[in-house]
Write a protein that binds this ligand. Structure first.
Ligand code: WTA
Length: 556
């Protein structure tokens, strides 16, 4: 589509409000960390706020092609800022950990908030951002957004959950969101861009190497996210769709912001976490908004599935999930037990499960069943949505690694010339994503793919490499020698002697990225007793690593 002109924001907002007459339709039901905090935003309200934000950015000197870093929680302002960038042709770069990302994306403006509550924990975003910015020489203008919910008088805020937090403030470069948003108009002409102009840069939530800045462009990404959303979730006008991902992850970019809005969809935007204020929060939200399409990650399904039957809010039928029509999963292979649990208990055997395989790089789904059209197999992302999708480029494919075209070509096109290589393994006619091929282990010449849990390699004098296994036990199970022997015996019998782990370590928790991927690189280093773990900024809970080190196995 090179040479064609368009604007992403125009397509997802103005077109829906003006041509499709959807101005009064709810674009987002925002549900806060606390169930008392919620609001609905219509398409016309969204358009107004986005235009205001676009005008603010313009006043601050942001021009077409400039990069804007966004470090915001899951609040409507995050969507306003993304779409405002898209409207004026600025390139957004959403950062999940201020440290690494601002540095590499060299943005001139950072949009952040004072902080956010995740569960009961206050995270001081502004302070984290300030610390990151201090390391750079060039001065940044820092547009600071002050979260609205702490000002809501109607909510009875307990001082324990909401302590008064001082926000660090430097009048020389910090700007208050509320102040500037109030001073600008709600009208802003979209900037007409070339189809191939950049839309955003997103750093991969890398579980192996150094993060790459994946660059996506306007028209192809618009087409691809819009179309995949429409077909994979069989989008209907009366749907209430909920994707539980963080917008800071590609899943949120494609399937919270762009895909659903391009279809005039109504979505839930959830700021909270699954276990706050109680373990049934997800199901409560589904019931509250009568969610019809639900899209989440295997880690979350696994966590709920492992909750004991009696206290598990789903199995004890405490919530009404009858509105659900389609269930989706993304991000990691889902094991067949979790798949069946999702299908039988959450979907009550009524809802097709779409296991969508894709990557930051692919922009949208590449392997997935189509709901009710494809026979399903638990644990398989089935097959390519569009025939030969890997043989030819598709509209949503990334265009380059930002600032490093060579790395782009080497990573994706050298292993198998003429083809795009995802780096994931598969077997048989259906696609069973077995894990990353860079996580495969060579034991005495036999290639074993890392299974389910966390198995990594460790050097071995005779075999070359041997297996080191991290095991998370169910609640109330005790980790002891006889259990280790039993596990080894099971593996030997069921898979074969070659797969028997040499080491089995107790792992109360596993190191994961915020999007739920196990960081095998960190586990490998723990297995090898390498103390310098390098960049842990993508880790969701840095404490896990200390615990694992303290329980390492020295001898087999
Ligand atoms: C893994 C996430 C199995 C895979 C959208 C891929 C999956 C990486 C699935 C990309 C799935 C994603 N089944 N594995 N349905 N979906 N993966 O860039 O290893 O955060 O290469 O994009 O996640 O992760 P990324």
């Amino acid at each position: 589509m090179e040479g064609a002109k368009t604007n992403m924001c125009y397509n997802v907002l103005d077109r829906n409000v003006k041509d499709e007459n959807l101005g009064e339709r709810v674009a987002f039901y925002w549900e806060g960390n606390s169930p008392d905090h919620h609001m609905a935003i219509t398409y016309s309200q969204l358009l107004g706020q986005v235009c205001r934000c676009a005008n603010v950015l313009k006043h601050m000197g942001v021009r077409k092609g400039d990069r804007v870093a966004i470090y915001l929680p899951m609040i409507p302002e995050l969507v306003y800022t993304m779409l405002a960038c898209a409207r004026i042709g600025a390139v957004h770069s959403i950062v999940v950990s201020a440290e690494i990302d601002i540095m590499v994306s060299q943005c001139s403006i950072l949009v952040t908030a004072d902080g956010v509550y995740r569960g009961e924990k206050w995270i001081n975003l502004k302070q984290i951002a300030d610390e990151a910015l201090e390391k750079y020489e060039h001065t940044h203008t820092c547009c600071v957004l002050v979260l609205h919910y702490r000002r809501q008088p109607s909510v009875n805020l307990s001082p324990v959950v909401f302590p008064v937090v001082q926000t660090p403030w430097d009048a020389a470069c910090d700007v208050c969101w509320d102040e500037v948003m109030g001073q600008v108009s709600e009208q802003c002409e979209p900037e007409w861009l070339d189809a191939e102009d950049p839309l955003f840069i997103l750093y991969t939530s890398e579980s192996t190497g150094k993060p790459k800045g994946v660059l996506h462009t306007v028209a192809g990404y618009l087409l691809y996210t819009s179309l995949t959303f429409k077909y994979v979730f069989d989008h209907q006008p009366d749907d209430v769709y909920w994707c539980t991902a963080d917008i800071g992850w590609i899943t949120g970019h494609s399937y919270i912001t762009y895909g659903p809005l391009a279809n005039g969809g109504t979505s839930v935007l959830f700021e909270g976490i699954p276990v706050h204020p109680h373990a049934g929060r997800f199901w409560e939200v589904i019931e509250k908004y009568r969610v019809t399409k639900f899209y989440t990650a295997p880690t979350l399904i696994g966590n709920v599935e492992r909750t004991p039957l009696l206290t598990n809010p789903v199995t004890s039928c405490r919530y009404d999930l009858s509105s659900l029509r389609i269930l989706g999963t993304v991000g990691e292979p889902i094991n067949p037990e979790a798949w069946l649990w999702y299908y039988e208990v959450v979907g009550q055997k009524r809802c097709p499960v779409v296991d969508t395989f894709w990557q930051t790089e692919t922009g949208g789904h590449v392997l997935t069943p189509l709901p009710a059209a494809t026979p399903l197999k638990p644990g398989s992302a089935v097959r390519s949505m569009w025939l030969q999708v890997f043989r030819r480029p598709w509209p949503g494919i990334m265009r380059t690694v930002y600032g490093n075209q060579e790395r782009f070509e080497n990573t994706y096109f050298k292993k198998c010339p003429g083809f795009y290589v995802t780096g994931d393994g598969r077997i048989d006619g259906y696609y069973w994503i077995t894990g990353r091929i860079d996580d495969m282990i060579n034991v005495s010449g036999h290639l074993l793919t890392v299974a389910e849990a966390a198995v990594v390699s460790r050097p071995h004098t005779v075999k070359g490499e041997c297996l080191y296994c991290f095991v998370t036990l169910k609640d109330c199970r005790e980790f002891n020698r006889s259990l280790v022997d039993e596990l080894k015996r099971q593996v030997r019998e069921k898979i074969g002697p070659i797969a028997t782990p040499d080491f089995i370590q107790n792992a109360p928790g596993l190191p994961k990225t915020r999007s739920g991927k196990i960081m095998r690189r960190v586990l490998r280093q723990i297995a090898r007793n390498e103390k310098d773990l390098g960049d842990l900024s993508t880790l969701a809970d840095p404490k896990v690593e200390e615990v694992l080190f303290s329980q390492r196995c020295e001898t087999a």
